[in-house]
Design a protein around this ligand. Sequence first.
Ligand code: 5GP
Ligand code: ZN
Length: 123
Amino acid sequence: MTHASNDSAGCLFCKIATGKIPSKKIYEDDDVFVFHDINPWAPVHFLMVPKEHIESLVFVQEQHSVLLGKMLVLAPKLAAQEGLRMEGDGGFRIVINSGKEGGQEVFHLHIHVMGGPRPWKRG
Ligand code: 5GP
Ligand code: ZN
């Protein structure tokens, strides 16, 4: 298993998180960058990435627990901010594709947050 952290050369989501490649930003703080997916599956579909380059969930370590917890706590807040209903029949879907067989295409850890009225394009 190759070491993943700090190996950000050429990484698409590192470039998005540092503003080198433009995106439709939803939220940013010292640790996290959140932006709309370019090819949404659902009426609302955004991606949450850590600013630290972590290749995938396969490579997370104990030290990332607080960061990952923070991202999951943030997810419903941002989902609501983006107009998703939390009450009644509302809700949202979280997906973290991890590794090639897990369907991951961009190898910088990201949380998909999807929601809105169905049917969706995918999912
Ligand atoms: P994965 O399959 O790795 O879990 O998901 C990668 C996601 O990144 C896909 O949903 C894809 O639409 C999105 N994506 C790929 N390239 C770009 C881009 O340049 N900008 C944005 N905003 N999203 C992207
Ligand atoms: Zn990266």
